[in-house]
Design a protein around this ligand. Structure first.
Ligand code: B1M
Length: 685
């Protein structure tokens, strides 16, 4: 899905796609009241708050009895089209309301929803809404409801999903990846016998649909499951249910972050009973619903929090500070930091206590036990702690003015800035002048700032794996603009490795590029890089780059299946396929036409060549620029490449023997290995 500003993939790394539910007249009283009173700015503010809370998409629903839904949707979608950076999911049962929203939006929306409640004939809602979806190229949420009603057991849900997928892809030409199947659930805690197995049926159906159609997406409105319980019990049941659904393959969920807590933070008995309730594990003398209600009798959400506060209070100072980061608990932070400062220096508190907490957050998030909004809360506490400790960090006042200037930025597409800001503090406190550009910075902005501020060094930070690729592209761009000699570059961020920077990147970058594992290594390198900028020989002022380690004569050992460590139940006795050959090969002479088709025109025209369409009505739009400038220039270049034979395109590829060593994958040099140990090239070994 896309807004005017950003696209959002339906598959999220290490997370489900979080769809904010508060811009919904049926789900949020505050939103509804603002909408009914025509306080549109307040509605927009609710949307913005969800962006800050870490939502990836916003569900927008204006359906309310007696209102003119078309007018409301037009008004709201018009505002959100430019006020929300996130794409929208337009949520209505009325085709006219959906049409009004779709017409106001740039980018690509998601339509919520279609189903077979009144069949799939030409006059059905399904058909009417699908005409709109097709006309606007939207993605669509498809509910497991048919002519008999909402599907209740897993088999029924799966059958409706199959019918939906068949029709949406067959009759409506949709890509399976643009369909979000919602398996729906009724509340399971109302005591009605017929709904007790709804959650388990939903979880099972999600698993079966994802197995049968790996490309299809699944979604779910989570809060419905706990309807009827008190707010504290709802928070726990919603969280446990969401966690189980994600484990079964749920890709996205309509949620309110306030109604979810990380399962790791739920007390054991509450979690266990919630699980029994979700999976309807009743047995003689034990009804999880009754026990669950007992556990939460008289408990309100404030008490849930109070329980956490009491638990934190019971911890020792260092554990508590770490727990504050992990649990995103800010209340009392300053007092704890004051106590900590009386015992250890500020930098040590950050490095040895708080960053350890952040590491745990990363692990919990990576393993799916912590949802994104909580990572955000942890990040906020971390930032607050660093801000509070900053005045207590050592500062160099040598009175000689700046020791050098760095332009610092988190690279394009990456929002992580805690590490970068720490680098800013450490460098500033040590006499360097830092121009901190913030997050998601394209290379053009970084270079512009470096030139404007006459920077000595460019510093780039990025934590996503894809940011390491962006850094490489940025170095290429700096080189192609002839600026590699002018700006030494410092790189840092958790996804980088020393060898990637000091071997791969250093090899392709004609200037100086260095890797800093942490802010202190950044500080040590800064002096050398500034000196290089001012004319010193790199080998005199910078540590040597790490050379590539080449394993020679590595002993390839064969581990018998029974000697394998018990790590998983993956079969180890399958035949190992032989590679067609070992080593690398190069394919040359690839015709220009074969790869020119892969060129990303938009990225080339706008990102690289800087063609900027006008935002208003007066100047040329993107398509005009493409026709008038982009394509003619591209054709000229393709002709020149062809006639002057400027590019020698080649592909290098290879097959190498490898083996594991703990969690490392060791790539071996085929020339140094006893051939008898290798699977035979071209044949199954
Ligand atoms: Co995100 N995130 N996150 N996240 N996040 C990671 C990086 C991740 C490893 C978590 C995981 O899966 N275990 C993972 C990346 C996986 C990958 O790329 N393969 C991840 C993901 C997937 C995502 C999203 C894509 C999730 C989603 O929406 N599906 C999304 C990304 C959005 C985007 O960027 N477009 C996302 C969002 C977020 C939050 C917004 C919620 C929040 C960031 C808030 C903020 O920064 N304002 C967040 C957080 C907090 C994390 C983790 C948990 C912690 C990062 C952190 O602040 N560490 C992180 C897991 C982890 O790293 N353990 C994770 C503390 C900080 C001090 O360390 O920045 O590494 P760091 O800085 C270090 C060094 O690296 C070095 O110095 C510092 C120490 O002194 N350094 C430099 C850094 N920059 C330097 C520059 C230098 C020199 C040294 O010179 C120029």
């Amino acid at each position: 899905a896309a807004s005017l500003y950003a696209h959002v993939p339906f598959s999220q790394d290490a997370s489900y796609l979080a769809i904010g539910e508060r811009t919904n007249a049926n789900g949020s009283r505050v939103f509804r009241e603002a909408m009914l009173a025509g306080r549109w700015e307040e509605c927009v503010e609710i949307a913005r708050a969800q962006v800050r809370e870490g939502a990836h998409l916003l569900d927008v629903c204006v359906d309310y009895v007696g209102r003119d839904g078309v007018a409301d949707m037009r008004e709201l979608a018009f505002r959100l089209a430019t006020a929300s950076t996130l794409p929208l999911m337009l949520d209505s049962t009325e085709p006219a309301v959906l049409a009004a929203g779709l017409e106001m939006l740039g980018g690509r929306a998601v339509v919520n929803s279609v189903n077979f409640e009144d069949g799939d004939g030409p006059d059905s809602r399904f058909s009417k809404i699908m005409h709109l979806v097709r006309e606007h190229g939207a993605a669509v949420v498809a509910l497991t409801i048919d002519e008999q009603g909402q599907a209740r057991d897993a088999g029924w849900k799966v059958r409706v999903a199959e019918r939906l997928i068949a029709q949406l892809t067959g009759d409506w030409g949709m890509n399976v990846g643009d369909i979000l199947i919602d398996c729906l659930t009724f509340p399971i805690a109302t005591g009605q016998e017929e709904t007790r197995r709804d959650a388990v049926a939903t979880i099972e159906a999600i698993g079966r649909i994802k197995t049968a159609y790996p490309g299809v997406r699944t979604t779910l409105g989570v809060s419905n499951v706990s309807f009827g319980l008190n707010p504290a019990a709802r928070v726990v049941l919603n969280s446990v249910f969401l966690h189980e659904a994600v484990k079964a393959g749920l890709d996205s969920a309509i949620v309110s972050p306030a109604k979810i807590v990380p399962v790791a933070q739920i007390p054991e008995e509450q979690r266990q009973v919630a699980l029994d309730l979700v999976y309807d594990r009743r047995r003689e003398g034990y009804d999880p619903l009754a026990r669950f209600m007992e556990l939460f009798e008289g408990v309100d959400v404030a008490q849930l929090r109070a329980g956490r506060a009491a638990r934190l209070a019971g911890l020792g100072l260092w554990e508590r500070l770490q727990a504050r980061i992990v649990e995103g608990e800010r209340k009392g932070l300053e007092e704890d930091l004051d106590e900590a400062l009386a015992q250890r220096p500020a930098l040590e508190i950050i490095n040895e206590v708080l960053l350890e907490g952040m590491k745990t957050v990363g692990e919990l998030f990576g393993s799916g036990q912590m949802q994104l909004p909580f990572v955000l809360a942890s990040a906020e506490v971390m930032k607050a702690a660093v801000g509070y400790l900053q005045p207590h960090m050592p500062k160099v006042e040598d009175g000689n003015g700046s020791k050098g200037r760095i332009v610092l930025a988190t690279v394009k597409g990456d929002v992580h800035d805690i590490g970068k800001n720490l680098v800013d503090i450490i460098l500033s406190n040590n006499g360097f002048d830092v121009v901190n550009l913030g997050i998601k910075q394209p290379v053009s902005a970084i270079l512009e700032a470096a030139q404007e501020h006459q920077a000595d060094v460019i510093g780039m930070s990025g934590l996503l794996v894809k940011s390491t690729v962006i850094m490489r592209e940025n170095l290429e761009e700096i080189t192609s603009r002839g600026l590699a000699g002018q700006f030494p570059v410092l790189l840092g961020g958790a996804a980088l490795t020393r060898s990637y920077v000091e071997q791969d990147l250093a090899q392709m970058f004609p200037g100086q590029v260095r890797y800093a594992r942490d802010a202190f290594e950044g500080l040590r390198l800064m002096e050398g890089l500034v000196a290089v900028k001012r004319g010193a020989a790199p080998e005199q002022v910078l540590p040597p780059l790490r050379a590539r380690r080449v394993a020679t004569g590595a002993a390839l050992t064969r581990t018998e299946p029974e000697a394998m460590p018990a790590r998983s139940d993956v079969a180890v006795d399958v035949p190992v396929p032989g590679a067609p050959f070992y080593g690398s090969r190069v394919v040359k002479g690839i015709a220009l036409a074969e790869y020119a088709a892969f060129l990303d025109e938009r990225a080339t025209f706008m990102g690289q060549w800087g063609l900027k369409p006008s935002r208003g009505k007066d100047g040329p739009g993107y398509e005009d620029l493409v026709e008038a400038e982009g394509r003619p220039r591209l054709r000229m270049w393709l002709d020149r490449l062809h006639t002057d034979n400027l590019l020698q395109a080649a592909v290098v590829y290879g097959y190498y023997p490898c083996q594991s060593d703990g969690d490392d994958l060791i790539i071996l040099d085929p020339d140094t290995i006893d051939p008898a140990l290798l699977p035979t090239p071209g044949r199954r070994a």
